[in-house]
Ligand binder design. Structure first.
Ligand SMILES: Cc1cc2nc3c(=O)[nH]c(=O)nc-3n(C[C@H](O)[C@H](O)[C@H](O)COP(=O)(O)OP(=O)(O)OC[C@H]3O[C@@H](n4cnc5c(N)ncnc54)[C@H](O)[C@@H]3O)c2cc1C
Length: 399
């Protein structure tokens, strides 16, 4: 496989780099660097989204008619890799990459006209109400009820692990509208305003000490029936379409950046009087990860080539998700090993963009531990890796 860029793509990469040099401020880079979570906090990622929106580059994967860029698969890959290399804040996926494509495919003309521009501009900030206590991997067993009542549904129940619900003004939810048939048959997809009376949000603090996820409670929440996407009881079709977008994505560019950071750290850390980078055991682990990341990169390019020929990624998205998340965890673990004792202090206060707290240890030791802890979840969210392996066993191995 030849990974060299053709002159047109090389020129495009330069254009992206110039844009980033001119627009990605030091403050935004700093805020992204100290962030330990999957997405930057809303104030940071929305500031960056407004800049991208002004340029027309906020949703490269959307069709042009809805505000996409019309770029090729390769240009999109270059663009996202350059954002990662420049350490730009990570935009929240729930509007742009999840409910946006769903509304484009299944929404009414009114829903498209109302919601899509607001997702692009960041005026609407979405969260995802799929999981419930007792309904994660087995999502179809969800219990949150919606009873029709006049022009509304009345929603009662709870959603859990709801990322960024504390920032969101809207939530897309799977609710149960029928209990008579197979569990998949009685589910409906609803768009709900978070300021509707009867909704309460309880924070869940992660083991890294961060507030990223929540439990959301619905107590007689009235939702207009015009906020339903797709037909009543046909939400499972809509839900599955959304998951195709949730599980996609590329890992290799981010992993290369993370591994470079580990190398930088290792060149500064000393063990028994010599640089950690000269330690054969450490070097072996670095080399193993480098090989793994290269193989992941080739798989991503293969999938990209299939996509550009109009094919569906199929089980490859499960393979990338499982492999990408586990490699991320290994790189983060090696980063902690490189830092040694300085990974241990809990310095949450210093991880605020405007913090003026004195650091314990070198600045490169601030985020590896919270990132390591947060990314333990990457093999769980978006469908756990055991579930991804079940998909591969069925679709690839035919078991
Ligand atoms: C940080 C974080 C953020 C999240 N954000 C959101 C969000 O914004 N919105 C949302 O709706 N959800 C969110 N989730 C929920 C996530 O999708 C679920 O945690 C996930 O689907 C697993 O479900 P569960 O936690 O109920 O675990 P369970 O389904 O109870 O699984 C427990 C264990 O059993 C294994 N297991 C279960 N079934 C099988 C099987 N058939 N074969 C083999 N092994 C199996 C699982 O792999 C896992 O190891 C988030 C989760 C995390 C951790």
């Amino acid at each position: 496989m030849d990974l060299a860029l053709n002159p047109k793509d090389e020129a495009f990469r330069q254009e992206v780099r110039t844009f980033l040099e001119d627009n990605l401020t030091d403050e935004l880079r700093h805020a992204a660097r100290i962030n330990a979570g999957v997405f930057s906090d809303a104030p940071v990622n929305l500031e960056w989204q407004r800049i991208l929106h002004k340029k027309g580059w906020v949703a490269p994967s959307w069709p042009e008619e809805f505000g996409g860029t019309g770029w090729s698969e390769m240009q999109r890959f270059i663009y996202s890799s350059e954002l990662i290399r420049a350490q730009a804040p990570t935009l929240s996926a729930m509007g742009l990459r999840m409910v946006g494509p769903v509304i484009m495919r299944y929404g009414t003309p009114e829903q498209k006209e109302f919601y899509l521009p607001r997702i692009l501009s960041g005026e609407d900030y979405w969260c995802q109400g799929y999981s419930e206590p007792g309904a994660g991997s087995d999502l179809a067993s969800l219990q949150c009820r919606a009873e029709p009542d006049g022009d509304d549904y009345v929603v009662n129940g709870t959603k859990i692990w709801t990322t960024h619900a504390q920032f969101a003004n809207r939530i897309f939810c799977l609710v149960r509208t029928d209990t008579s048939g197979k569990p998949q048959q009685g589910i409906t997809f609803l768009l709900i305003d978070m300021d509707t009376p009867g909704i309460t949000i309880e924070p869940i603090i992660t083991m890294a000490g961060d507030h990223e996820v929540n439990q959301v409670f619905f107590d007689d929440v009235r939702v207009p029936q015009k906020n339903r996407v797709g037909e009543e009881n046909d939400g499972w079709t809509v839900a599955k379409y959304l998951l195709e977008f949730e599980r996609g994505g590329s890992y290799s560019a981010g992993l290369e950046v993370s591994l470079d950071k580990v190398k930088e750290t290792a060149s500064m850390e000393r063990q028994d009087g010599q640089s950690l980078k000269a330690d054969p055991d450490f070097l072996r682990k670095l080399a193993e990860l480098e090989i793994q990341i290269t193989s992941l990169k080739y798989t991503e390019h293969r999938v990209m080539s299939e996509l550009s020929q109009g094919q569906n990624p199929g089980p490859a998205s499960s393979m990338l998700k499982a492999n990408g998340s586990e490699t991320s965890q290994m790189v983060l673990e090696l980063g902690m090993e490189a830092i040694g004792f300085y990974a241990a202090p809990d310095q949450k206060a210093a991880r605020h963009p405007n913090a003026n707290v004195e650091l314990i240890g070198p600045d490169y030791a601030l985020t590896p531990m919270p990132r390591y802890l947060n990314f333990r979840a990457s093999s769980i969210y978006g469908g756990s890796n055991e579930i991804q392996r079940n998909i591969m066993a069925k679709l690839v191995l035919g078991l």
